[in-house]
Design a protein around this ligand. Structure first.
Ligand SMILES: *Cc1c(COP(=O)(O)O)cnc(C)c1O
Length: 384
């Protein structure tokens, strides 16, 4: 295989473009030597809340802990179940399991790769019964009460939030966004992060807004859930040695918060570059035999990933690799077929759309610093 000439992402190129600001943020934090909580964290939380249009933000240690925290914030735990999709990173369902709840999968819409409101409604009608006392859906097979829908905005493309919201309202379910790939994405002109009852973000380095290590956040419009999350994220603390409940060490650290504050200022520009790069791909790939990403008019995706579909996906990936171009598959093995979830009793064929997509999807290089020449080079190999 040739040396990689076009990487999948280029974090180093991004660092070079903001080096002075990052160095200043790191130096200031080390000089102050206050590494846990404090003003850097509360400043970033306020800035990120303003960015999402969400009144409450809890910074935390990762996207995975963000999901766990959000579910705990709404008192979801043992005896409960949470619906999500099988075509996502395992952190989505891990967060559900960490809360003690059962992940239940519902298949996605073929055109968007996101949760299908139609299948969600069918699942609640057919696989659940309504508990007469609470009016809540109970999953027949497990006996768990369904409490929430965790909707993933896959690849940075917001899910059909109106469609999902309508169903959640009908069944008294919390609607939580897995926005780990979708910072700044919009649905009907409104940013992700305040479209549901809460939203979970990851600042893993390769995400659209990435820290220099692990970090995450939950945004919410519910004060009570916010207060609960604020308590749980930091050992259930009221004061240094006074604990109202047993909590977690799920804090974001001050250094990451400072770095994220710097990078958040650049995010709108970086997002525009991703969107322009997607347009360039779209234009240069027009008429190609495979399928290009598409999205409904109502959404503005932020292209965490640019994912095409091809019947000859494996050959295509090999040819790109031979030409020194990195690519990826997100995700090759759906969650319901993972050994980690053998105990859930799913089998091949349970989610046909997800399974079909898994065999055809290919993520092409996508990052703000990607140049038009590099895109042309990728397209030349894809078309060849
Ligand atoms: C990255 C990611 C997460 C988890 O984030 P971490 O910060 O790595 O824990 C959750 N959900 C989705 C869809 C992701 O892409």
């Amino acid at each position: 295989m040739a040396k990689t000439r076009i990487p999948f992402v280029d974090l180093r190129a991004q660092y070079e473009s903001i080096k002075a600001e990052i160095q200043e943020a790191i130096n200031r934090t080390v000089e102050e030597s206050a590494f846990i909580m404090g003003k850097p964290v509360s400043d970033f939380e306020a800035e990120f809340g303003a960015f999402c249009g969400a009144p409450f933000v809890v910074g935390c240690s990762s996207g995975t802990t963000a999901i766990h925290l959000a579910l705990m914030g709404f008192e979801i735990g043992a005896k409960d179940a949470v619906i999500t999709v099988p075509n996502t990173f395992i952190a989505t369902s891990e967060g559900i399991s960490h809360a003690g709840a059962l992940p239940l999968f519902v298949d996605v819409d073929e055109a968007t790769s996101n949760l299908s409101p139609k299948r969600l409604a069918e699942f609640l009608e057919k696989d659940c019964r309504l508990d007469s006392a609470s009016g809540r859906p109970v999953h027949r097979a497990s006996g768990r009460t369904v409490r929430a829908v965790l909707a993933v905005h896959l690849y940075g493309c917001p899910a059909d939030m109106d469609g999902i919201r309508g169903i959640c309202d009908r069944y008294h379910l919390w609607l939580i966004e897995d926005a780990a790939q979708a910072h700044g994405g919009k649905y009907r002109g409104r940013p992700v992060g305040a479209l549901g009852d809460a939203a979970c973000f990851s600042f893993f380095p390769g995400k659209n807004l990435g820290a220099y290590g692990d970090a995450g956040a939950v945004t919410t419009t519910h004060k009570k859930a916010f207060e609960k999350m604020q308590l749980l994220v930091n050992h259930g603390r009221l004061d240094k040695y006074e604990h109202l409940v047993e909590g977690y060490n799920y804090r974001i650290d001050a250094l990451q918060a400072r770095i994220l504050s710097v990078k958040l200022r650049h995010l709108p520009g970086w997002t525009r570059r991703r969107q322009e790069n997607a347009k360039t791909y779209d234009r240069l790939l027009a008429g190609w035999e495979g399928q290009l990403p598409s999205h409904p008019e109502s959404v503005e995706p932020v292209y965490h990933l640019y994912v095409v579909r091809s019947k000859g996906r494996d050959d295509l990936a090999r040819q790109l690799g031979d030409a020194g171009i990195a690519s990826g598959i997100h995700y090759p093995l759906p969650l319901h077929l993972q050994r980690a979830y053998a105990h859930l009793g799913y089998k091949k064929g349970d989610f046909p759309v997800t399974e079909r997509l898994a065999g055809e999807i290919l993520s092409l290089p996508m990052y703000p610093e990607l140049t038009a020449d590099q895109i042309a080079e990728v397209v030349r190999v894809v078309r060849g």
